[in-house]
Ligand binder design. Structure first.
Ligand SMILES: NC(=O)c1ccc[n+]([C@@H]2O[C@H](COP(=O)([O-])OP(=O)(O)OC[C@H]3O[C@@H](n4cnc5c(N)ncnc54)[C@H](OP(=O)(O)O)[C@@H]3O)[C@@H](O)[C@H]2O)c1
Length: 300
């Protein structure tokens, strides 16, 4: 089976490639080159997903049996400042991918986000809860979901949250870097979600793609925390005791895009393709820190 991964040079795309490459023929597309790492580079076509004509041509040439769509404009505050680009890439780009997949008659797996919810429920969100995004990024990703749902029959929508992984800029790396430079870090304590390791997510997506139980899935590591709690756990597991973390409010941080205060996702997919619970986020984080290049001496 040939799988086409969009956004293959991004954080999740690279972990998906690593997870799938031994069992599947993987081809990728991205707007940028595949970074140089220890893995052999995948066959990669550089294309902008907003170019629907080029995309359809490329899909016909590559003739995949399955498409995983991770490419997106993922800078949440950037989206707020540049709503046109957010809509073009995340909504219309996804429409182009859905149309090109439909043209070939192949199933599509689209990666979406907890930010489609407004966070006012204060209880974990299930797949059928009504989305109501607060920011431009969330709106553009939800518009992408709606195109996927209306343009194809065989689709998976995988909503996930707070991603970190070995191949991208992420919160864990930001905290570790800041901890080298500062004695005190201020971190938001009034947004609660679930940190998710891209490697765990990629493994779950692999399981899902061999099923035919199409639909919407919530896939995250289990448990939840605030960004403040996440930062504390990162420093604790990395053995950094001398840096103090101070909780602040979202209002104090004053970022461009409003964020949901509570965006924990729960899965009610029991009996479908991805029923078993993912390991707790603390366990996944511990493994990530162990695997992370250059970090030594973690306690068990
Ligand atoms: N990161 C999170 O916390 C999070 C949480 C929930 C859901 N998600 C979703 O998960 C997916 C993967 O996220 P990620 O963090 O792995 O993203 P990422 O690292 O930003 O990777 C996305 C990739 O898509 C590429 N891309 C952007 N615009 C493109 C275009 N017009 N045409 C073709 N390629 C384009 C990016 O290139 P550039 O780097 O040059 O832009 C990048 O290589 C996304 O769909 C995101 O919405 C992410």
């Amino acid at each position: 089976m040939k799988i086409l991964i969009t956004g293959i040079s991004g954080m999740l795309g690279m972990d998906l490639y690593e997870t799938l490459r031994e069992e599947y023929e993987v081809v990728g597309l991205d707007i940028k080159d595949f970074p140089s790492i220890s893995l052999p580079s995948p066959p990669l076509r550089k294309v902008d997903i907003t170019d629907g004509h080029e995309l359809r041509k490329l899909f016909r040439q590559l003739a995949p049996d399955f498409v995983i769509h991770t490419a997106a404009y993922t800078d949440v505050d950037g989206c707020e400042r540049n709503p046109d680009r957010a809509h073009r890439v995340n909504a219309l780009g996804t429409r182009n991918i859905a149309l090109a997949s439909q043209d070939l008659g192949v199933p599509l797996m689209y990666v979406s986000t907890d930010f489609v919810f407004d966070g006012k429920k204060n209880y974990p969100y299930a797949e059928l809860d009504e989305p109501h995004p607060l920011n431009v990024y969330g709106k553009s990703k939800l518009a992408g979901e709606n195109y996927v749902r209306s343009l194809g029959e065989r689709y998976f929508i995988v909503r996930t949250s707070w991603l970190y992984g070995r191949y991208g800029k992420n919160f864990v790396e930001t905290i570790l870097k800041l901890a080298e430079e500062k004695e005190e870090l201020t971190v938001v304590d009034d947004q609660v979600g679930c940190p998710t390791y891209t490697r765990d997510l990629a493994q779950k997506m692999k399981k899902l793609l061999s099923s035919s139980s199409y639909g919407i899935y919530h896939i995250t590591n289990s448990g939840s925390c605030s960004w403040y709690g996440f930062a504390q756990e990162i420093l604790k597991l990395a053995g950094i005791r001398e840096v103090k973390v101070i909780p602040i409010t979202s209002e104090e941080l004053a970022r461009s895009a409003p964020r949901p205060q509570f965006s924990v996702l729960k899965s009610s997919s029991s009996g479908r393709g991805a029923e078993d619970t993912m390991r707790p986020w603390e366990e996944a984080l511990k493994e990530y820190l162990k695997e992370r290049k250059g970090l030594k001496g973690l306690e068990d």
